[in-house]
Design a protein around this ligand. Structure first.
Ligand code: ZN
Ligand code: ZN
Length: 138
């Protein structure tokens, strides 16, 4: 994980983790994750699987959990390496535009780059506060 983040920073942008300002250190980003329930083995995938990245320490700070539709156990999604790389690159591009003042949060959010293939299950999404918070994809 640290290697993916460091390489995305240095290869693409010549960016040093030490130069990330503290206010942008933690970034949430979503992508395609898969889950296999640790209790009942039911498996599913979601295009809105969230992680929180710590760009200073080059690590995953948090993986937001999703509850199983069959047994309601909260599980942690897994990501393919290529998908993590894509998500990290998006995150770093966003932080760079935040730091140099070109970030445009009006109109389309450039993180919403995939059409949803199914309604998002907010009641089972930690990032949505399990249906009690604002929908995570808005
Ligand atoms: Zn289950
Ligand atoms: Zn959600």
């Amino acid at each position: 994980m640290a290697r993916i983040i460091r390489e995305a920073m240095s290869d693409t942008h010549n960016l040093d983790p030490a130069n990330i300002s503290n206010q942008y250190r933690y970034q949430n980003v979503y992508g395609h994750g898969t889950v296999r329930c640790k209790t009942c083995s039911h498996s599913w995938s979601s295009y809105i699987s969230w992680i929180k990245v710590d760009l200073k320490k080059c690590r995953l700070a948090h993986r937001f959990q999703q509850k199983c539709q069959s047994c309601e156990t909260a599980n942690t999604p897994a990501f393919k390496t290529e998908e993590l790389e894509r998500m990290i690159k998006l995150t770093i591009a966003r932080v760079i535009s935040l730091m140099n003042g070109t970030y445009d949060n009006t109109g389309t959010n450039n993180l919403n780059d995939r059409q949803l293939d199914a309604p998002h299950d907010s009641d089972r999404c930690e990032k949505c506060a399990y249906g009690k918070g604002r929908p995570c994809y808005e």
